[in-house]
Design a binder for this molecule. Structure first.
Ligand SMILES: Cc1cc2nc3c(=O)[nH]c(=O)nc-3n(C[C@H](O)[C@H](O)[C@H](O)COP(=O)(O)O)c2cc1C
Length: 300
């Protein structure tokens, strides 16, 4: 029976639920799945306090990993496939995910392995996926598939619901606002990805095109446009904040507070204007968008 090792980092359980659905199909197709949590030595809180949430920003964006509890890999000496479930934090992989990919034991383990990544996020994942792919490329893994599940609601609606969820701990719909995060339906339907992976297992270069046929990644050009600008700005802010010290430092609190105000004003004031510019210039962008879509869905 071919063995699959499934690494996962998920705070709320959303990413883990997606992984379970995918792995149920793989187990039903005859694979032996071994789950391995990715664990920070000092766990990140959930729900978050507002301060802790924003304090995670500079390290997420700059790829500064935390201390990791290195997974015991002695029971998975030679898996046929590696799955990695990870969330996006501030347009980058989560801090424990950076730590995971930066760890020498993990890097050595991933060398020459066939890998498929699964990301559950709000809706801005492109640069984070790029970073994850760079990590995998650097350690010599063979990345064969990417699945990205997102919140399908309007960008501004999903900002409100995700904050209510991550900082307030409330995921369920209330008032005018829907459930936060990836919909229950999309989570349930992710079992289909497991069947595709099982079917194309012996033909790994077919995995991504086949995953894409059933919508493993939805590329939204308007959101990608906003993300590109945001990612660049986050780079400046994170470097500026890091000059005042590391995680939890009192000296960086004022700069983090300024970043928080900046972020909310950009999301609710500047991004609608940015999107208007995007739509007004859309006809001039069509060919570029098509090319970018193929690139981001990893079909080229
Ligand atoms: C600190 C933090 C920052 C986040 N930033 C983003 C982001 O930039 N883009 C995005 O699509 N989702 C973002 N999310 C949402 C996560 O990607 C993810 O959907 C959510 O945290 C649930 O994932 P889980 O499986 O870890 O519980 C963020 C979450 C956290 C906790």
């Amino acid at each position: 029976m071919a063995q699959i090792v499934a690494f996962h980092y998920s705070q709320t359980g959303q990413g883990l639920e997606i992984l379970h659905r995918v792995c149920q199909s793989l187990s039903a197709s005859g694979f032996d799945v071994v789950y391995k949590p990715i664990r920070a030595a000092v766990p990140y809180p959930f729900p978050w306090s507002s301060d802790a949430f924003f304090d995670a920003f500079p390290e997420s964006r700059q790829g500064v990993g935390c201390e990791l509890i290195v997974p015991d890999l002695s029971d998975v000496p030679d898996p046929a496939l590696v799955l990695i479930v990870w969330p996006v934090w501030f347009l980058s992989p989560a801090i424990p995910v950076h730590a995971f990919f930066q760890n020498e034991t993990v890097r050595e383990f991933l060398r020459n392995k066939t890998v498929i990544t699964l990301c559950g996020c709000r809706n801005m994942w492109i640069k984070a996926q790029e970073k994850t792919n760079d990590y995998l490329f650097d350690c010599g893994a063979n990345l064969r598939g990417m699945i990205v599940l997102q919140d399908r609601h309007h960008n501004l609606v999903s900002v409100v619901t995700i904050i209510r969820w991550l900082i307030g701990g409330k995921r369920e719909r209330s008032g005018l606002f829907p459930d936060a995060g990836v919909s229950d339906k999309d989570v349930r339907n992710s079992s289909i990805f497991g069947y595709i992976i099982a079917k194309e297992f012996s033909n790994p270069e077919r995995i991504q095109p086949e995953l894409m046929r059933i919508g493993a990644i939805r590329y939204k050009a308007n959101i990608a446009f906003v993300e590109r600008v945001g990612y660049r700005m986050f780079g400046f802010w994170s470097r500026w904040i890091l000059k005042r010290g590391g995680p939890g430092s009192e000296r960086r609190k004022f700069r983090l507070k300024l970043f928080k105000y900046y972020l909310f004003s950009v999301i609710f004031l500047a991004s609608p204007i940015g999107l208007l510019v995007f739509y007004l210039t859309y006809p001039f962008r069509i060919f570029g968008i098509r090319k970018e879509r193929r690139k981001r869905c990893y079909l080229d």
